[in-house]
Write a protein that binds this ligand. Structure first.
Ligand code: DX5
Ligand code: ZN
Length: 221
């Protein structure tokens, strides 16, 4: 199932709720919410108060991407703020398995993310416990960067690892996904697509409709 997850980091914060309603009505599946702490990544974005506030704007799932050190400290807080899915970074977490279990204990879905320089082999112990794996296709911290093609083989390798075991976990990609490269990345094996600039840049409804028509077409085939 192909899923569109617009990243609100690229939205106009002066009318964030309005833009989220627009994206929701146009058919987006998730909202991707990029939380950055200025430690794990060299940027600070937003946090729990903003998520609690925009929770009222839509019923679509919140896919919260924690680019923060020691994310296990905040699972309950993001649950209370309205997260439906929490993805944390392998590189920032002491105990991956325990953190996945903690996310599940609140009834949320758990995702594990790796940066471009981290090998997919580190994910092997979690293939049967995590619900989603996020392959970063840019260095985390900023929207509007170019897709790193060096990450495409990681997507292929991870999909092969999951297929070999008959596992259907989602593979999410995040960073530099555009109309020009999205089908190439779909063919590599990703099925959840984070898009910031490609959705919030230009005509939002038209952008969402374009990608949803592409994904729905593939979902039917
Ligand atoms: C970067 C974030 C991405 C980013 C995507 O650290 O994790 O979600 O906002 O933005 P685009 O689609 O513009 O690369
Ligand atoms: Zn992200």
């Amino acid at each position: 199932m192909y899923i569109l997850a617009p990243s609100i980091l690229a939205a106009d914060f002066t009318c964030l709720g309005e833009q989220m309603r627009m994206v929701d009505e146009a058919g987006a599946d998730y909202f991707h919410i990029d939380v950055m702490d200025g430690n794990f990544v060299p940027n600070i974005s937003f946090g729990i108060p903003l998520i609690s506030s925009v929770r009222k704007a839509t019923k679509k799932p919140f896919d919260v991407h924690l680019m923060i050190e020691r994310p296990e400290r905040y699972i309950r807080d993001f649950y209370d703020a309205g997260a439906d899915l929490i993805t944390f970074h392998y590189e920032a977490c002491g105990s991956i398995g325990d953190t996945i279990d903690k996310i599940h204990s609140y009834g949320m879905l758990a995702g594990v993310s790796i940066k471009p320089n981290t090998s997919v082999s580190v994910l092997k112990p979690y293939l049967t416990s995590a619900d989603m794996f996020l392959i970063m296709t840019v260095e985390p911290g900023f929207g509007g960067q170019d897709y790193m093609d060096v990450c495409t083989d990681k997507i292929r390798e991870l999909r092969r690892m999951l297929d070999e075991k008959g596992l259907g976990a989602d593979i999410e990609v995040d960073g530099g996904i555009t109309r020009e490269n999205v089908e190439y990345v779909m063919d590599a094996g990703a099925n959840v697509f984070v898009m910031g600039s490609s959705v919030f840049g230009g005509n939002i409804q038209e952008n969402v409709t374009y990608f949803k028509e592409l994904f729905d077409g593939r979902n039917r085939s």
